[in-house]
Design a protein around this ligand. Structure first.
Ligand code: GLG
Length: 844
């Protein structure tokens, strides 16, 4: 039923249409109204939490007005849309971002101050939306910001996890996980109880021929779970465009279960069913770069994909276009292989529900035009998704059949191209002939997508020469491309580092650089400007003071803001090599201990700061955290060391903490074993905030070097092309340990940092078990390069120049550039122009 108001009654609507507020008085009026009515409180019991709630609601109302207009505009224009499917959106906080993107932060600041609150305190009330693990999820969040800021008609589709990534506590040096129940109060989402999709699981497939002799497959039985939509407005920066992120929440479809199995008189089991349904969207899997193949995870994936595709198809059908036009109207980007089932689901909808024949349907799914694109984020074998065939058969029997058919047609085409090459067929088959058989999701994603991209140049080259080599031969090189990652300068410069943003604005003619980051280039001419450098250095110092205060308040340790701040914050993983960093710290500790008082005076004081979560089941990563904390406990109270070295582990690293940490770095560490980090994105954030990098030739470090110049980065270590040979010598030749690393291990083994037994597996993985991540091979080079950092830092004048030049050359790493590349190369979609007054489209 169309719910539209008839033409002749629309005048009343127009007269009373919501108008976005703009003035300080209107803002205050809205805040007070929300405190008094929505929250049922008053000025006599309005604490910071209530003020945060009311201010957020005031902004939410404003966003939703623009959101509505944007949706109307996009619906009316009816041009091609982008759907970004991601299991993770690591959004962080929304209020500060909303205020800045709509350009009303100052208004809000004054308004809140008149009402008796400091804006910083209000911002700090907000709980992070932490629906992601690390870079993959944060990339999705940056992309949403860019798509809205560039006026692309684009939606994000994800899952509304009740529990986001766990909160990390450090107890006696160990990581302890605490659930993150973040939905207590979330003013940023709009439940759409009218948008509900039935999603089917289990059951069986009945096949028969209809009267016309056509083969029909019916997926029947099993159970139904409901997907309820929750919408989150995504405001663009300095544009009325406000896009949508739609997150699905699972709910039991009571009464619609398979009644044969369902004993309706049994209360206990009816509650169990309820809970089982809600379990689907209950919790984010806390693994980064690791696939565990759990059934519930596959359930999450299908639940989310089925609901999203249903929604996309429904929207398409409203336009009454022919199916053949589907690819002209819709681009779907698969963020990693997690949403690969979308390819199968679309084929299923077309052949089983819409009655198209296989070829017609498969042409729509794949060949015709820009449709599915697949972004690969890793080459690590343990992260490549595979699903066991028996598990698949049980949960999604019809999809498994379709996958087998897709594979059969695919292998036939390979056979035609490479007749008789049986090894090739076995290598590229979507079904791995193992025990049990496995569905290789990346291969399915490649076969069903028209473009496959890596996330930095080296990574995109590596996927073509290693894991997807055969597919380049089969499909040709053009199917594979690169889109180097980027970050949104709105959050990662303007919001996180307001003083730096202001200084840049004052020299480049306003905030234009936030929309065209290449404008930063104009800073080059200030790289030797005394006055400018002084201000630049003052801002860095102030950011370090702020972090030092934070460190003091959370860890109790006093650090000197004049020391060199050396930061490594990211998920804890052996391939990211936090162990290399902490071994380097221990080496520094040994060096200091061996020095005379005179020698110590010449040393540059350093604060080594770590942060990051370990996956709960990743024992080695947890051991690394434990070692870092124990080293800190010893070093930080050693009187011989004093201010020369402090070791800090910051608990519960997340997006809002990154906003404090990133602007305070002098040097940050991006030291993965070459060839393992697909891109990295925090490397970009640190440089954009005036910090330098110590890093390996890996991921985006390589392109950062190319952009900012090799004088402005500290590179070390073996190259990706040599890694395999080195591993081979470790395993089959001799593995000689670096002598300095041996001394470090000796100290650990002397129980200097607590019972050495706790660290045996860690040191053993390097000494005795092949040193897969090349820690010993790179140790010498790492230590030497850290010494170069010490030297360089002593010359503050040159250091500051380096940081200014680096920032000036970072324009390339804006996620706006990424989105434009995706739009042009992969999606074939154009932005929707905004009419000047920001008014409604013709529908008004
Ligand atoms: C991955 C990679 C990172 C990459 C990020 C975004 O490990 O190197 O920067 O995606 O593409 N799993 C990830 O976080």
């Amino acid at each position: 039923v169309e719910a539209s108001i008839p033409e002749h009654q629309r005048d009343a609507w127009k007269k009373f249409q919501a108008k976005p507020w703009v003035s300080k008085d209107d803002f205050e009026k809205e805040v007070v109204r929300h405190v008094e009515t929505t929250l049922a409180r008053s000025m006599f019991n309005c604490d910071e939490t209530a003020a945060y709630a009311a201010a957020s609601l005031a902004f939410r109302d404003r966003l939703i007005t623009e959101w509505n207009r944007t949706q109307q505009r996009q619906a009316f224009a009816d041009t091609k849309r982008v759907y970004y499917l991601s299991l993770e959106f690591l959004m962080g906080r929304a209020l500060d971002n909303a205020m800045l993107n709509v350009g009303l932060k100052n208004v809000a600041k004054e308004g809140l101050s008149e009402l008796g609150f400091r804006i910083e305190d209000i911002i700090n009330q907000e709980h992070d939306a932490a629906l992601g693990n690390g870079g993959l999820g944060r990339l999705a969040a940056c992309f949403l910001d860019s798509m809205a800021s560039l006026n692309f008609p684009a939606w994000g589709y994800g899952l509304r996890y009740k529990y986001g990534i766990f909160k990390q506590e450090i107890v006696d040096g160990y990581q302890v996980e605490v659930p993150d129940y973040w939905l207590d109060f979330n003013p940023w989402e709009f439940p759409r109880h009218d948008i509900v999709v039935d999603v089917q699981f289990y059951g069986g497939v009945r096949k028969y021929q209809d009267e016309d002799g056509k083969n029909v497959a019916v997926w029947e039985g099993g159970e139904i779970v409901k997907a309820v939509a929750y919408d989150v407005p995504i405001p663009g920066f300095n544009t009325p465009t406000t896009n949508n992120m739609r997150l699905w929440s699972s709910k039991a479809a009571s009464g619609e279960f398979d009644f044969q199995k369902f004993n309706s008189g049994d209360y206990e089991s009816s509650v169990a069913d309820q809970q089982r349904a809600e379990t689907i969207s209950a919790v984010l899997y806390p693994n980064d770069n690791l696939d565990r193949g759990k059934e519930l995870r596959l359930k999450q994936q299908y639940f989310w994909v089925a609901a999203s595709l249903y929604d996309i198809v429904r929207r398409f059908k409203k336009s009454k276009r022919a199916w053949s036009e589907f690819p002209d109207q819709i681009a779907i980007q698969l963020n990693d292989t997690h949403p690969t089932l979308a390819i199968v689901e679309l084929q299923r909808i077309l052949i089983d529900m819409e009655g198209l024949d296989w070829d017609e349907a498969w042409t729509i799914v794949t060949n015709t035009n820009q449709k599915f694109g697949y972004t690969n984020h890793t080459v690590l074998p343990e992260a490549l998704e595979k699903w066991s065939v028996p598990l698949f058969q049980n949960l999604l029997p019809r999809h498994l059949q379709i996958i087998y058919d897709i594979n059969m047609f695919f292998l036939q085409s390979v056979e035609r191209k490479f007749p008789g090459d049986r090894d090739m067929l076995a290598r590229v088959s979507i079904i791995e002939e193992s025990q049990p058989k496995m569905v290789r999701m990346a291969f399915l994603a490649i076969v069903g997508s028209h473009k496959v991209n890596g996330v930095a140049e080296l990574h995109s080259d590596l996927i073509k020469t290693t894991i997807f080599r055969d597919f380049v031969k089969i499909f040709g090189p053009d199917k594979f491309t690169n889109v180097t990652n980027g970050i949104t300068p709105r959050r990662w410069l303007h919001q996180a580092n307001p003083r730096l943003s202001e200084l840049i604005a004052s020299k480049t003619g306003g905030l234009g650089f936030l929309k065209d980051l290449n404008v930063l280039n104009e800073l080059e001419k200030f790289a030797d400007d005394k006055e400018f450098k002084k201000e630049w250095a003052e801002i860095k110092y102030a950011n370090k003071v702020k972090l030092a205060k934070y460190i003091k308040s959370t860890t109790g340790v006093t650090v000197n803001p004049s020391a060199l701040f050396d930061i490594q914050v990211k998920r804890i993983h052996e391939y990211k090599r936090q162990q290399l960093n902490i071994f380097g710290v221990i080496h520094r500790y040994l060096t200091i201990k061996a020095m005379t008082a005179e020698e110590r005076k010449k040393l540059a004081p350093r604060v080594s700061i770590f942060g990051g979560k370990a996956a709960p089941g990743y024992w080695m990563a947890k051991t690394i955290i434990h070692l870092i904390n124990n080293v800190g406990a010893v070093v930080n109270k050693d009187p011989d060391v004093g201010d020369l070295l402090k070791v800090i582990f910051l608990e519960d690293y997340n997006v809002s903490k990154a906003e404090i940490i990133t602007p305070a770095s002098d040097i940050s560490e991006h030291i993965s074993t070459a060839g393992t980090e697909a891109s990295g994105t925090s490397n970009m954030k640190f440089v954009l905030n005036g910090g330098l990098i110590i890093g390996t030739c890996d991921g985006a470090n390589i392109e950062i070097t190319r952009e900012i110049g090799e004088n402005n980065i500290f590179l070390f270590g073996n190259l990706a092309e040599d890694v395999e040979d080195l591993r081979h010598t470790h395993n089959y030749g001799s593995h000689t340990m670096d002598p300095d690393l041996v001394k470090v291990f000796d100290l650990i083994k002397s129980d200097a940092f607590g019972d050495a037994g706790a660290f045996g597996a860690l040191t053993g993985s390097i000494e005795d078990h092949g040193d897969y991540y090349l820690v010993s091979d790179d140790f010498h080079s790492y230590i030497e390069t850290q010494a170069l950092v010490d030297e360089a830092y002593k010359n503050q004048d040159e250091w500051i120049t380096k940081t200014i030049l680096s920032v000036a050359r970072m324009g390339f790493f804006s996620s706006d550039r990424c989105i434009n590349e995706y739009a042009e190369m992969i999606w074939n979609v154009e932005p929707l122009p905004i009419e000047k007054e920001g008014g409604l489209g013709k529908e008004e």
